[in-house]
Write a protein that binds this ligand. Structure first.
Ligand code: GLN
Length: 197
């Protein structure tokens, strides 16, 4: 499937959604900012951006998006979650708020803000499986991946901690603990589009 035949939504309730839309548009994809179930119904795949997973979780409920999104994910819709988006797609979340809920779209366990205060933001040039050169990864109060389930493929790690993972089979799920939309390097967005094909 060429990029131009896809409509990709970016969940736009809160957080760093605008730069994701720009990256996808540079790649020739039609994008929609998703704020309602009607918007969600129009998309072939979805990006869950960084931001604040507790707030996003509440807004998913108040906007009536929780159940429709869970249904689309169960039905195999492709999804790319970055930072808070990764938390929302995980199976287990440590140090979350009691009322925050995740979708369990990828069998990983994450710890919110797991890098700690001293290094709560940092950047690193990381090698990524399948990419020719390193990718500049920007980490902002990032989650730490503490558990990998079966069927989870690690594409990049920093100091032994997975930071970019995807589903090896089944529904296309890609998650990054960093913010790939903050550089002008669109290769991870293209990697996601390739995973949908
Ligand atoms: N710490 C945030 C959370 O728990 C995630 C930070 C981010 O998305 N940059 O949701």
């Amino acid at each position: 499937m060429s990029n131009s035949s896809l409509t990709v939504g970016v969940l736009a309730l809160q957080g760093a959604f605008a730069r994701h839309s720009e990256a996808l548009e540079r790649l020739g994809v039609d994008t929609i900012e998703v704020r309602t179930p009607a918007h969600l119904a129009e998309v072939d795949a979805l990006v869950l951006p960084g931001g604040e997973s507790t707030t996003m979780s509440k807004l998913l409920d108040s906007q009536g998006l929780r159940d429709p999104l869970a249904e689309r994910l169960d039905a195999g819709m492709g999804v790319f979650g970055t930072c808070a988006g990764m938390i929302l797609l995980a199976t287990d979340v440590s140090d979350g708020r009691a009322d925050q809920q995740s979708f369990g779209a990828l069998d990983i366990g994450v710890r919110r803000n797991g890098y700690g205060r001293q290094i709560d933001s940092f950047e690193a040039d990381i090698p990524v499986d399948g990419l020719d050169g390193p990718f500049r990864a920007v980490f902002i109060r990032a989650p730490v991946v503490e558990r990998l389930g079966d069927g989870v493929e690690v594409l990049a790690s920093v100091e032994g901690i997975p930071v970019l993972c995807r589903s090896a089979a089944g529904a296309p799920v890609l998650v990054a603990s960093f913010h790939p939309e903050l550089t002008d390097d669109d290769r991870l967005h293209q990697l996601f589009l390739d995973q949908l094909a």
